[in-house]
Design a protein around this ligand. Structure first.
Ligand code: PEP
Ligand code: MG
Length: 595
């Protein structure tokens, strides 16, 4: 039966394919594909994990058997019997094996996928007692998952890279060969998503997340249609369901009829043609009708993204989110050499174009490791995030600064500091940069010059620009956080996503003020939040005087098209009117033409 699910659009375009469900589990599990030669080793890992739990239960049963009839807890005895029964359940064992052998899922993914299927069957049971056994099944699965953590065989690849080497065609068997796959999950951490780079999936859907959550941002960098905040999608969609993702409208169509499929197939081809047309602008300089040169930069997450940014027409990297080098490593941090190599790869990948490396910005919805999420911090977005964490961990911060400075010897590099708000933080940061240089001098290690910039992403920073302009070479406006903190809207929370508004007068005034004050002081100001890649806002930002936009590479040509059609001088008075308006959203409605 065809039905649709509504969420928040993240990336443009249509994806049509079969659902691959990533079941959520209380245990943090990796999801990756294994090579066919590793299938047996993977099945072995499940067997070892399962046997360990069986033995643990049997030991407990033995202990109980040695108790006197009075002390022996009857309920526990019955429960252990049920757990053993579930562990031996054919459907569980055979299902897990199938996911591994037919789909090449890693052991943990296979186990949680099968758990998901059996759980749904339990949900549908009439008998309340049997329905409640779902909790037991979840419990034993988690035990097996934990036991498997210690049973990683030498043959199993490290999760973070494994499926990067595999193409979609390699991954599928039988009737699903060549069918695009659409990932459906309750939630995906940004580091989870990074594992899915390089074309394994044609699109993805998550139940949670806002439009500028980090999950959505990584999705944009994958350049595949995606919908986040689709509430119950992971419960409503089943493995292998046919799905259509309409990334423009934020809609998912489940089990589409042939007519709907044909309609979206047509739309998909139209989108591809439009992309093809945009490619003609690749080598056209981004200059407005009145001759203003506009800098179009790329946001990247990994050094490997740099060549793609050059190919997409970026004239540099405006934001390299270095935290992705730190995430999903079970808390261990990359050392100076590893970071130096990574920054150097990014710089060299940009072939002489500048690279702005933002110092680590973990915290909030970007935990170092999702299993290490610190539940004690009730308000992580307001907590020890970004530069606050760096200043609290000076050894870690100095390591990163030394690595960046060393990499700067290989090309043009800038350092960008996130989340600054206090003058004291600015002074401490700059002192640490000097200290890092002194350490390299002492060691006799070569390093290069860097421009140092500050992100303006907290309203207090945007309202006290003088101190930032005094100390820094350039500014970069982080509108994702600036909107979050100005409007008190958690950017990762889909339930308040309708209130997350780049056009709120308060947001526009902070953005406009930052651009104007930077211009007045002759300091470059860039904008690297998601607003920069939103073509419906390009003209307004040009009218406000913005001359440097940093966005995901996939958005560069669409934004360039807007720039080529715009006259910034004519847009200026209109932009001032929008700024003075208490309800500017209405002005940018269907007809936003100003000239
Ligand atoms: C921002 O806040 O706008 C930004 C670019 O940084 P991030 O999205 O990584 O917080
Ligand atoms: Mg930010």
């Amino acid at each position: 039966m065809t039905f649709s699910i509504h969420g928040l659009p993240v990336t443009r375009g249509i994806a049509i394919g079969r659902a691959v469900l990533v079941a959520s589990s209380r245990v943090d599990v990796a999801h990756y594909f294994v090579a066919p030669a590793q299938v047996d080793a993977e099945i072995d890992r499940v067997r070892i994990g399962r046997n360990a739990v069986v033995e643990e239960i049997q030991r407990l049963q033995l202990t109980i058997a040695q108790m006197g009839p009075k002390e022996a807890p009857q309920e526990l005895t019955a429960l252990l019997d049920v757990h053993l029964l579930l562990l031996n359940d054919d459907e569980l064992v055979a299902g897990v094996k199938r996911w591994i052998t037919e789909r090449f899922y890693n052991a943990e993914w296979a186990l949680t996928s099968q758990l998901d299927i059996i759980s749904r069957q339990f949900d549908e049971m009439q008998d309340a007692y049997l329905r409640e056994r779902k909790a037991d099944l979840e419990q034993i699965t988690e035990k097996v998952l934990r036991a498997m953590k210690g049973a990683r065989t030498a043959a199993a690849p490290p999760p973070a890279r494994s499926n990067r080497q595999r193409s979609q065609q390699d991954l599928l068997l039988g009737d699903t060969v060549d069918v695009p796959l659409i990932l459906v999950a309750h939630d995906l951490s940004p580091s989870d998503l990074l594992q899915f780079k390089q074309g394994v999936f044609a699109g993805f859907i998550t139940d949670v997340g806002g439009k500028t959550s980090h999950t959505a941002i990584v999705a944009r960098s994958l350049d595949i249609p995606a919908v986040v905040g689709a509430r119950l999608s992971s419960q409503l969609v089943r493995q292998d369901d046919w799905l259509i993702i309409d990334g423009d409208a934020g809609v998912v169509v489940v089990d589409p009829s042939p007519i709907i499929l044909a309609e979206y197939g047509f739309k998909q081809r139209q989108g591809e043609l439009e992309r093809g047309r945009l490619l003609r602008l690749l080598h056209t300089p981004a200059v407005t009708l009145d001759g203003q040169k506009i800098e179009l930069l790329a946001n990247i997450e990994m050094p490997e993204d740099a060549p793609g940014a050059v190919k997409a027409g970026a004239v540099g990297v405006g934001l390299f989110r270095s935290e992705f080098l730190f995430m999903g490593r079970q808390g261990s941090l990359p050392d100076e050499d590893e970071q130096y190599q990574a920054y150097r790869r990014a710089i060299e990948g940009m072939q002489g174009l500048p690279v702005t490396i933002r110092t680590v910005d973990v915290g909030a919805d970007k935990p170092l490791d999702s299993s290490l999420r610190d539940e004690a911090h009730l308000n992580p977005a307001l907590g020890l995030r970004a530069i606050r964490w760096s200043l609290a961990e000076p050894a870690m911060f100095l390591t990163q600064l030394r690595a960046i400075l060393r990499a700067a010897a290989h090309g043009r590099a800038n350092v960008l500091i996130p989340m600054l708000v206090h003058a004291s933080e600015i002074r401490q940061t700059l002192a640490l940069i000097d200290h890092a240089r002194a350490e390299l001098d002492n060691r006799g290690v070569a390093y290069g010059p860097v421009q140092v910039g500050a992100m303006i992403e907290i309203p207090a920073a945007a309202l006290t620009l003088k101190v930032f302009l005094k100390y820094f070479d350039f500014l970069s406006i982080g509108t994702n956080d600036l909107i979050q903190y100005t409007l008190a809207i958690d950017r990762a929370d889909e339930s308040v996503a309708h209130l997350y508004d780049p056009m709120h007068p308060a947001v526009l005034r902070l953005v406009a003020g930052t651009i104007a004050e930077g211009l007045a002081q002759g300091k470059p100001v860039s904008l690297c939040g998601e607003m920069a890649g939103d073509t419906s806002l390009t003209r307004l930002l040009l009218g406000l005087g913005l001359r440097s936009f940093s966005m995901h590479p996939a958005q560069i040509l669409s934004v360039k098209q807007e720039i080529l059609r715009a006259d910034s001088a004519k847009l200026q008075p209109w932009a001032q009117q929008v700024l003075a308006d208490d309800e500017p959203g209405y002005r940018l409605g269907p007809n936003q033409n100003s000239d």
